[in-house]
Write a protein that binds this ligand. Structure first.
Ligand code: HDE
Length: 731
């Protein structure tokens, strides 16, 4: 790619008036420069941005004189084929897109670093896990799974959590998800799962939604998916922020230390900001209000210096421990409860730089489950084994050939040499005569090293060639039951509501009933509540279950709410104001919110701001209909004395309050907000009854901050979304 030569900025402007009909449009002469006025279509003029400009050139480096008009035979004549500038520009544009990822197409990424906090030499010789304090660059991409590249950020879906560690011994890609288990046990089922989940092949809808017949048909016939279904129907599938998600490597991997000893491991990421989710009705509305909600949140946090951070944890266990579990550690539909094997925090990841270019980095990054480094190895998990093939294969298609590792975002940051040559888009210029090995001719040719090289753990393997699932993979319900039983009441209600929502979008009654016939094995209350929510008039007929569910001790670590610590850090508060509002109060609120580590955004009737009680202009961040309360974690309604009346006739302002209430948010309000409460039908039952309604000025801003830090007002939920009562008995 040619680097355009810098030109000296010109100060003179070039103005071309609209020419009279029939006259020649003046041909602009010379390069585009600072402050220049150009001829737009129709002869109108527009001003270019000020600033020093580089010379615009073709891809061959030829300076371009006119980037506004193609070459024509006469001012109104045909365009000439010889216009190589036009042809090159359009040809390049025509080829701007590459195939989007077949899954995980919608994603956002950031650069950062991994810091080793504790030497892991006891369990692995992986170079980046040896020396506390040492940092390794990373590039991390978060994604949804089912939606296409342009889909919204908040469908109900699993989130990808893929980290590329650029270690000194090569790239290690930990290509994980925000849930620790998966839908299927064997890679051969993956195309079926994804076909069923994505849009129907005939109608190409629904987009980014599992709420349709084909998905639930597949699920109802795939009982191994039941544990993952509990996760996917839980609030984990609608995260508040990419910065507030846990991450999991899912499979059991193997660590190998310098002595060659092997330990099994599950990889975990724990967000410093805590894990948090939105509520479903909120997710639906966020997708309309800001389809880029997660992407924007990550970008803005990093731009603002609030760098998201995660702990990196190992859950290590021996073969003997694995043999003692009553599930198979090679089965990706099972997790190891933290109560059984605690997590060991060995590092942290900080994301501190946004990509410079979305396509070059986020779109072209090629993660691969097979990218491991010495000290990390695979197990026989049949889902993992299939992934070891799939990722490289998909990059050949997406990125167009075998040299995708040369794209800057994919290149190792340690030296790499081998004798692979040529291929599409070879960027390097390998020198010399010798491109083979062994060779006696090339003295500086790269050589293998028994000492430093990657050694596969010599696990003894033998067996008949069979297409068979092991018996140890047969229990599909015990851990699904464990997950459901480990949730708090609001979280259980949300799983029920999610299943009711999804199954209500299925049009084939048989599909719904088949799902109920599986849920009944997980938990009677769950299945019967879903049946009630659907209005199912019959009796649930349990599907055959060769291995019935066993009861396990609940694992509170599986619940988001049970382990949520009060905080406002990284959160966003919205203040709805009107002309004449109390600027001192707004300033105090801003200070209190920022002291708690959150951000305050002002929402007002017009984007140029409101005139406060003291006559000052208070700039606003959003006009009301562009800044609905779904964008905030808690809100304050602070109109002037007569501002409440004015806001109460604005549907967007009424919805701001009504949604904040319905989404269980903490709401601080002045008495002047009363007309809004009345218009929204939101009855202020008083602070004694609803801990999330903070009446100012009787209550203080400190009360508001404390209540908002505690999260949502769960006690309000049964008033606004009563859960279905399980009435239908199992057969
Ligand atoms: Fe993936 N997966 N996957 N997957 N996966 C892809 O690779 C695949 C699975 C995951 O941000 C694809 O580059 C198979 C589990 C993430 O670029 C593809 C199977 C987990 C990402 C592929 C699985 C994941 C992908 C599509 C079953 C969690 C996005 C584009 C055996 C541990 C990475 C691409 C990014 C992407 C195949 C199952 C995570 C087609 C065959 C389990 C985070 O290669």
């Amino acid at each position: 790619m040619a680097t355009p030569a810098k030109t000296k900025a010109k100060t003179a402007t070039r103005v071309s008036a609209k020419p009279p009909t029939g006259t020649k449009v003046p041909q602009p002469a010379g390069p585009s420069t600072e402050g220049e006025t150009l001829v737009a279509p129709g002869g109108e003029t527009h001003q270019q941005a000020d600033g020093p400009a580089a010379q615009l050139t073709t891809n061959q480096g030829v300076p371009i004189a006119d980037n506004q008009n193609s070459l024509k035979a006469g001012a109104r004549g045909p365009v000439l084929l010889q216009d190589f500038i036009l042809r090159e520009k359009i040809m390049h544009f025509d080829h701007e897109r590459i195939p989007e990822r077949v899954v995980h197409a919608r994603g956002s990424a950031a650069h950062g670093f991994f810091e080793c906090l504790e030497s892991c030499a006891d369990v692995t010789c992986a170079d980046f896990l040896q020396r506390p304090g040492e940092r390794t660059p990373v590039f991390t991409r978060f994604s949804t799974v089912a939606g296409n590249k342009g889909s919204a950020d908040l469908p109900r879906d699993v989130r990808g959590f893929a980290v590329k560690f650029y270690t000194q011994q090569g790239n290690f890609d930990l290509v994980g998800n925000n849930m620790p288990v998966f839908f299927i046990q064997d890679a051969i089922k993956f195309p079926d799962l994804i076909h069923a989940a994505k849009q129907d092949p005939d109608r190409e809808f629904p987009q980014a939604a599992t709420a349709h017949d084909t998905f639930w048909d597949f699920i109802s016939l795939t009982p191994e998916s039941m544990h993952m279904i509990m996760w996917a129907m839980s609030d984990r599938a609608i995260p508040r922020s990419l910065r507030m998600m846990e991450g999991f490597g899912v499979h059991t991997f193997r660590l190998v230390n310098a002595a060659g000893d092997s330990t099994f491991v599950k990889f975990h990421w724990r967000p410093k900001l805590g894990s948090q989710s939105v509520v479903w009705d909120e997710a639906l509305k966020i997708n309309g209000a800001d389809p880029d909600f997660h992407r924007r949140d990550l970008w803005e946090a990093i731009e603002g210096g609030d760098f998201p951070e995660w702990e990196f944890c190992l859950q290590t266990f021996t073969q003997e421990q694995a043999d003692g579990f009553d599930f198979d550690v090679l089965d990706a539909t099972k997790l190891i409860p933290e109560e059984l094997i605690p997590l060991r925090v060995v590092g942290r990841m900080v994301l501190d730089r946004n990509p410079d270019n979305f396509f070059a980095e986020t779109e072209q990054v090629a993660y691969c489950a097979a990218h491991v480094v010495p000290g990390i190895d695979f197990t026989n998990d049949p889902l993992l084994q299939g992934r070891l093939f799939s990722y490289q294969d998909t990059q050949l298609k997406r990125l167009g050939g075998p040299n995708f590792h040369q794209i800057p975002i994919n290149q190792p940051k340690c030296p790499f040499h081998n004798l692979q040559r040529d291929g599409h888009m070879q960027m390097g210029v390998p020198k010399g005569q010798v491109n083979y090995e062994p060779s006696s001719l090339g003295v500086d040719v790269a050589r293998e090293s028994l000492e430093n090289g990657f050694h596969t753990f010599p696990n003894p393997e033998a067996g008949e060639q069979l297409r068979l699932r092991p018996e140890t993979f047969a229990d599909h319900y015990t851990q699904a039951r464990l997950f459901f039983a480990s949730q708090t009441k609001p979280e259980q209600d949300h799983i029920v509501a999610a299943l009711v929502f999804e199954l209500s979008k299925c049009v084939t009654p048989r599909v719904r009933e088949a799902v109920l016939s599986r849920l009944i094995h997980i938990d009677q209350f769950l299945a019967q509540s879903v049946a009630e929510g659907l209005g199912f008039p019959g009796k649930i007929v349990p599907a055959p279950a060769p291995v019935p569910a066993k009861d396990m001790d609940p694992s509170p670590m599986l619940s988001l709410l049970a382990k949520a610590a009060p905080t406002l850090e990284g959160r966003k508060i919205g203040a709805l104001v009107s002309d004449g509002c109390d600027d001192k109060l707004v300033a105090k609120l801003k200070a209190a919110v920022e002291a708690a580590g959150a951000k305050l955004q002002i929402v007002g009737p017009t984007i140029y701001g409101v005139t406060t009680a003291s006559g000052a202009l208070l700039p606003v961040d959003h006009k009301i209909d562009g800044g609905p309360s779904v964008l905030f974690d808690a809100v304050a309604i602070l109109p002037s004395d007569d501002g409440g009346e004015q806001l109460a006739i604005e549907a967007a302002a009424v919805n701001f309050l009504r949604d904040a209430y319905g989404h269980l948010k903490v709401i601080a309000y002045l008495p002047s907000a009363a007309p809004l409460f009345a218009a929204g039908g939101v009855v202020d039952v008083g602070p004694d009854d609803d801990a999330g309604l903070i009446a100012l000025p009787d209550a203080s801003l400190d009360d508001f901050i404390a209540a908002a830090s505690a999260g949502r007002t769960w006690a309000r939920e049964p008033l606004v979304r009563p859960p279905p009562k399980p009435l239908v008995a199992a057969a």
